[in-house]
Ligand binder design. Structure first.
Ligand code: GLN
Length: 480
């Protein structure tokens, strides 16, 4: 790919400012990549008309230098199709939303627009963000740009594939149990999920509201940080938004890396069967250690239950959130005799199998007689998981983990065994259940079979400064 794709957002901004680059140059570059590979990758559900995109690009260039409000101005981007963009189709990759258009902008989208980001289109995902491979989409699976026979990971499959393939300089996704970090890992890009409450959820279609966060998929942690600074902050439209000003990039610059301590749950990492995944993470830890950071062995005694707790909590919340798709208010309405059969038929025809499975599981976990046994118990263990991370962060500044215990499955392979797919989230759900920020970072080297390798970092809630300081230190000094 063109060397244009090696330049980070701050450098692009500098060149736009110096007129060494134009928005049109950036746009022609991504459109060329899209033309070359979108047909095989299927990263977009809605791609805006090429002429309209180019018109927008020229419009921005014509307003030079006024359009350059911030480092993200003029940069072409893509947005996961469970985030509202006013007057554009919002499908959540589901048949049930066919024909629906978002009546307003999500807060994160509004902020991007205020900064003159150039929106190209809406990306593919697992239906309602439920999945780990991108295959549960009504619009067909997205493929992994590294190898077309494999899944790109999900549920933000299209956003990750788009960034890897040079269709966009960064993309938004959503992360309820790992949906930004897992596809980022499998496609060799960076995936960042903030502290719960730091990016507004207003306009993000609800899956499991106590876990959902908008996340960022980018080419580097450095870029993800810049984008985060522009879409974070308190929002009165989201009652779970945290009253805190937007993040500032200067915050990570103040962190003294060498004073940080990294916690490593060695006993969890040892259990990873995929040797190359395990060794890559252990190597990263060694590099931090050699660079002078303190590394401590830590215990997260309840972390091994995280993925199971996640499934109970997420499906329970999903069963309630998805009750709004009734054939009356949004999108699809099946032809039926009366109101009850309209509900049944619309939901029966509109939802895919995985979404139905989750609604059934969640309804079961919340039903009388099982509530105490499943939902309440899951909430109690969730509390223990959070106490684990709280207590660990009294001693360490960051935790290093694998992103997933296994490499991406071949297309069609995982679908036969849903539980095997749930387990891909073994190391990611921990962050959502405890509300802490996490990032998945690729390494420069790949596995013997050509799969991407990488690791995951987590920090205490609201300490994105340390998360990005560590990530950037790794990118600049340790990855080579
Ligand atoms: N893979 C997880 C699931 O299937 C996580 C999804 C997500 O983060 N949206 O639920």
């Amino acid at each position: 790919m063109d060397e244009l794709f090696d330049i980070d957002i701050l450098e692009i901004h500098k060149r736009l400012k110096n007129k060494e680059l134009s928005v049109k140059d950036l746009t022609l570059f991504v459109l060329e990549n899209i033309k070359r590979r979108e047909e095989e990758l299927n990263a977009f559900i809605t791609l805006r008309d090429e002429d309209d995109i180019l018109k927008d690009a020229e419009g921005l260039d014509a307003r030079y230098p006024d359009y350059l409000r911030s480092p993200i101005s003029g940069i072409p981007i893509a947005i996961k199709d469970n985030i509202s963009v006013k007057d554009m189709p919002l499908t959540c990759a589901s048949r049930i939303l066919l024909g629906y258009k978002a009546p307003y902008d999500a807060t994160c989208v509004k902020k991007l627009k205020e900064n003159n980001a150039l929106l190209l289109g809406k990306t593919n995902l697992d239906e309602f963000a439920m999945g780990s491979t991108g295959e549960y989409s009504y619009f067909g699976a997205t493929k992994n740009p590294l190898n077309l026979e494999y899944v790109p990971g999900g549920s933000s499959s299209g956003s990750a594939a788009a960034v890897k393939a040079g269709f966009a300089f960064y993309a938004l996704g959503s992360d309820t149990g790992g949906s930004v970090r897992l596809p980022a890992f499998y496609t060799e890009v960076v995936g960042f999920k903030p502290t719960y409450g730091r990016i507004s959820r207003y306009g993000l279609v609800a899956f499991a509201s106590s876990l959902d966060q908008v996340g960022i998929i980018a080419r580097s942690a450095k870029d993800a940080e810049v984008v985060f600074a522009h879409i974070s902050g308190f929002d009165e439209h989201d009652s779970t938004s945290y009253p805190m000003p937007p993040y500032r990039v200067e915050e990570s610059e103040k962190v003294n890396i060498k004073e940080l301590t990294i916690g490593v749950p060695y006993s969890l990492i040892e259990k990873v069967k995929e040797e190359e995944i395990k060794n890559a993470v252990l190597e990263v830890i060694e590099r931090f250690k050699n660079a002078g950071l303190t590394v401590l062995d830590i215990d997260l005694p309840h972390a091994e239950y995280a993925v199971y707790v996640y499934q109970v909590v997420a499906t329970s919340e999903a069963s309630s959130n998805l009750s709004r798709y009734d054939g009356v208010r949004y999108g699809l309405r099946a032809k039926a005799e009366d109101l009850m059969s309209t509900y049944f038929k619309t939901r029966g025809e509109g939802f895919g199998d995985e979404v139905k499975r989750r609604i059934l599981l969640g309804t079961f976990a919340l039903s009388t007689g099982y509530y105490d046994e499943y939902y309440q118990k899951a909430q109690k263990v969730r509390r223990l998981i959070k106490e684990d991370t709280d207590s660990v962060f009294r001693r360490v500044d960051g935790i290093i983990l694998p992103v997933s215990p296994s490499f991406p499955p071949r297309l069609g392979e995982g679908i036969k065994d849903p539980i095997s797919l749930y387990l891909l989230d073994t190391f990611t759900t921990l962050a959502n259940l405890s509300g802490i920020p996490a990032i998945s970072i690729p390494l420069k080297k790949r596995s013997k079979e050509g799969f991407a390798l990488g690791f995951q970092l987590m920090t205490q809630a609201f300490r994105e400064d340390k998360l990005f300081a560590l990530s950037k230190f790794f990118e600049n000094s340790l990855d080579g």
